[in-house]
Structure formats: structure tokens, C-alpha cells
Design a protein around this ligand. Sequence first.
Ligand code: UDP
Length: 218
Amino acid sequence: MSSLYGVYGASGCGRGIMPLARKQLQQGGISLDRLVFVDDRPEASLINGHRVLSYAEFMQEDADVRHVVLAIADSAVREKLAARCALDGVKPWTVRAENIVLMDGVVLGEGAVLSPFVAITSNIRIGRHFHANLFSYVEHDCVIGDFVTFAPGVKCNGNVLIEEHVYVGAGAVIKQGRPGKPLVIGRSSVIGMGAVVICDVPPGTTVVGNPAKPLLRG
Ligand code: UDP
């Protein structure tokens, strides 16, 4: 059976994930000509040695099974593309750097991206299409929803509940919650880079600073 593998998104995020995807396939003895970028607005036909196909071209390539990792930071786009891929029978693909640390009792949803130096300790549940960028960690007993994105260097301490579509900026620190009373970051919130989050964040809120407070606009 011939499989085709796509890194969906050929911009910054995708170019950072492609080398991990390539290593993963090489280790599985899979020929690298089966690995392509997929992009709906391709800026070139070849990027870093890989062909760039539109989604329609990807679907037309000769293959029995198609796998895709959604390599786009915007979680709403990931959700849209995940739905399209599911309808077309394209399988979600999890891509992990070689040196990640996964401890005990980790349940990781489909289509995750775990970049170099990511650590996920014990008894953690993570939803679909999670992105953990370079040097991020998730400590014990956290629950993370679908389509959550961690920029580089996020420190998420124990007993934290992060609802779906939350974006956590580079270097943010999230204080630990307590067993049975997690610190909660509400759906679609944005945690600014370098923020120090010490209490719950309501859904749809952008917080910045130390201690993190809602961003006042205007
Ligand atoms: N993209 C796509 N289909 C979509 C939305 C985005 O192929 O429905 C591609 C877009 O053409 C671009 C990439 O995804 O090449 C997103 O790049 P961007 O620089 O905006 O974000 P990042 O790479 O940081 O996630």
C-alpha cells in the first residue's frame, strides 16, 4: 500500500515541522519522495527540497492512504482543515521530535506536533491537533482541549485546565492549580508572550503581563 504524507502549511510553522516529519519517515524507512508540503496559496513549487502541492493536487497524487499534519499556528484554520481532511478520508498525522520527553499516562489526541525539547510529564490528557513548540512543557495532571497552541518556551505547570483554541505566547508561565481545583484558561483565550498567569482566565480573554491581566484596548 502506498502512503503519501503532507505537511499542510508551507510557511514558518510548516518549515519548522518539515524536518521533524522527514526524520520520522526516514526512521520508518519511508521514501522521502512521499513527503510534500500542502498549501492552498503556494509561493513556490519547491521549498527546502520538498514539492509544494495544492490540496487538490495532493488529493490527485497516486496514493492508497494520505496523512497530513496541520502545520499552521492559527487554530481556527487547523479546525477548518481538519474537518476537510476528515471528510476526504485524509488521516491526521502526529509529528514528534526525536528528543521529546513523554512520561506516564499521557493521552495525546490525533494530529499533534511536538517540537524539539518538549516535555509532557505524567497523567496528562491533550486534545486533537495540539501544537507544542520548542522547549515547551506541560506538567502533571493537566487537561488540554482541542486545537490548543503553545508558542516556544511555554511553562504550563501542574493541574491546569486549558480549554479548546487557546493560544499561549512564547515564554508564558502558567501557575499550577490544585488537585480537584485546576487553574482554568477559558476557550479561545490568548496568553501574551512572557505573561505570568496566576489565576483563571475567562473564555475569549487576552491577558498580558506579570501578573497577567486582561489587555485593555483602545
Ligand atoms: N494556508 C493554507 N490553507 C488555509 C490557510 C492557510 O494552505 O486555509 C497556508 C497559507 O497559504 C500559508 C500558511 O498556511 O502558507 C500559513 O502561514 P502563516 O505564515 O500565516 O502562519 P504560520 O506558518 O506561522 O502558521
